[in-house]
Write a protein that binds this ligand. Structure first.
Ligand SMILES: Cc1cc2nc3c(=O)[nH]c(=O)nc-3n(C[C@H](O)[C@H](O)[C@H](O)COP(=O)(O)O)c2cc1C
Length: 379
């Protein structure tokens, strides 16, 4: 059904909660936590700026959910204990003051881990060396290491970690969690044929490769109840392989989105280079496929730069909410600027040079606008 003249500022319900508009901040790792995995000093202003800037939903950077193999990056915040959860409480309160919803993204890096202060190594579905190179703007260098293949106990640790992190997120006051099932990280390594050589119940045909998604979602739902949002993110491309496409195309999309919706997620979040593009050369976009086969709310992300990009997606009923990534970094007040018909600031990759952290971003803002991120929006 066409959703003519969709209003990006209209309310929308996900799970039992209502977003004040259709505009979300995409999850973005900023390696600005403290060494112990608690939130760092620059993070409250950073997240508060998006809330004050008018976004109805903010998804955190990927937080590691356990002290086994999930940590991906140095100074990545985690959600594995009381101290880490408590460190988010003031940030959650600041975001809620502006009536924005706040969702914690739970990310297990798996084979793509570049740093792990707990176990010092990486583990994945199989011992397959990842393609590509570690990301230097997250303190990485050179090739990825070949991961240890997880045994069944270690897979149970993964599932228990997601459950425990979801409980801690609820305890800290978040409105929900988003399971990171995309971009080449652990769960995505299970569905990707060349990184999953397992012959047990977690490998083989797609439904078996999706088994870990099923267990993570159903275990979180069982532990957390119905009044807490659970979302899941999917992509085709990976941080270490931009060209990757789902091999069975529409059929993979159908099995994947049907399964996660059946398991009880409240939304599906898709990310592609451009959210509007057909997923497989022609036909529907990944977001549209998620809507068609999942039948639940869909958030679309990828190259949403201006108001037209957002309204086009909603008007075509490709998705229900749009998530803005890089443009939200240069415009934490993107919704307010659009509402007030003000010009948007261009995004520059200089903001990530040499590190994609908040200190570098603040220095970049000071250099280019003589100001920092949070005070810009309060002018
Ligand atoms: C600095 C940076 C960090 C990111 N970290 C994450 C992350 O932690 N979790 C995630 O799912 N995606 C992450 N992404 C991907 C974004 O959520 C988004 O999909 C991507 O930037 C494309 O959207 P855009 O075209 O609006 O920027 C990151 C992107 C950037 C630029």
């Amino acid at each position: 059904m066409q959703n003519k003249n969709a209003d990006i500022f209209s309310n929308y319900k996900i799970g039992k909660l209502t977003l004040k508009n259709r505009l979300a901040v995409a999850p973005m790792t900023r390696v600005s936590g403290k060494a112990d995995g608690t939130a760092g000093p620059l993070m409250k202003d950073y997240y508060q700026a998006f809330a004050q800037g008018g976004f109805g939903l903010i998804i955190t950077e990927g937080l590691y959910p356990d002290k086994h193999y999930s940590q991906g990056y140095k100074f990545q915040p985690g959600l594995t204990d009381e101290a880490q959860a408590e460190s988010w409480r003031p940030i959650v309160d600041a975001v809620h003051k502006s009536d924005s919803l706040f969702i914690a993204q739970l990310m297990h890096a798996g084979a793509l881990s570049q740093y792990n202060k707990y176990t010092g190594c990486n583990a994945g579905p199989s011992a397959v060396k990842p393609l590509g190179q570690e990301m230097t703007f997250y303190y990485g260098e050179g090739d990825y290491s070949t991961p240890k293949a997880m045994d069944k106990d270690e897979i149970s640790d993964v599932i228990n970690g997601f459950v425990s992190a979801a409980k801690l997120a609820k305890h800290a006051g978040f409105d929900g969690v988003e399971i990171h099932g995309a971009n080449g990280y652990l769960l995505d390594q299970f569905i990707t044929v060349h990184t999953n050589e397992r012959t047990d119940e977690y490998g083989g045909e797609l439904l078996k490769r999706l088994q870990i998604y099923k267990e993570v979602i159903t275990s979180i739902r069982k532990a957390i109840g119905d009044d807490f949002i659970i979302g899941i993110r999917f992509s085709q491309s990976k941080v270490n392989d931009f060209e990757y496409k789902w091999p069975e195309k529409d059929e993979d999309a159908k099995s994947t989105f049907e399964l996660v919706a059946k398991c009880g997620v409240d939304y599906i979040h898709t990310t592609e280079y451009n959210a509007k593009d057909p997923a497989f050369g022609k036909g529907l976009s990944l977001a549209e496929l998620a809507k068609k086969h999942g039948g639940i709310p869909v958030i679309a992300n990828g190259s949403i730069v201006n108001e037209n990009d957002a309204t086009d997606i909603l008007n075509a009923d490709q998705a229900d909410v749009v998530a803005v990534g890089k443009m939200a970094l240069s415009n934490p007040d993107w919704p307010n600027l659009i509402r007030d018909k003000q010009a948007l600031r261009e995004f520059s990759f200089e903001m990530f040079n040499p590190l994609a952290d908040l200190k570098t971003a603040n220095e970049f803002f000071q250099k280019t606008t003589k100001d920092d991120i949070s005070s810009i929006i309060n002018k």
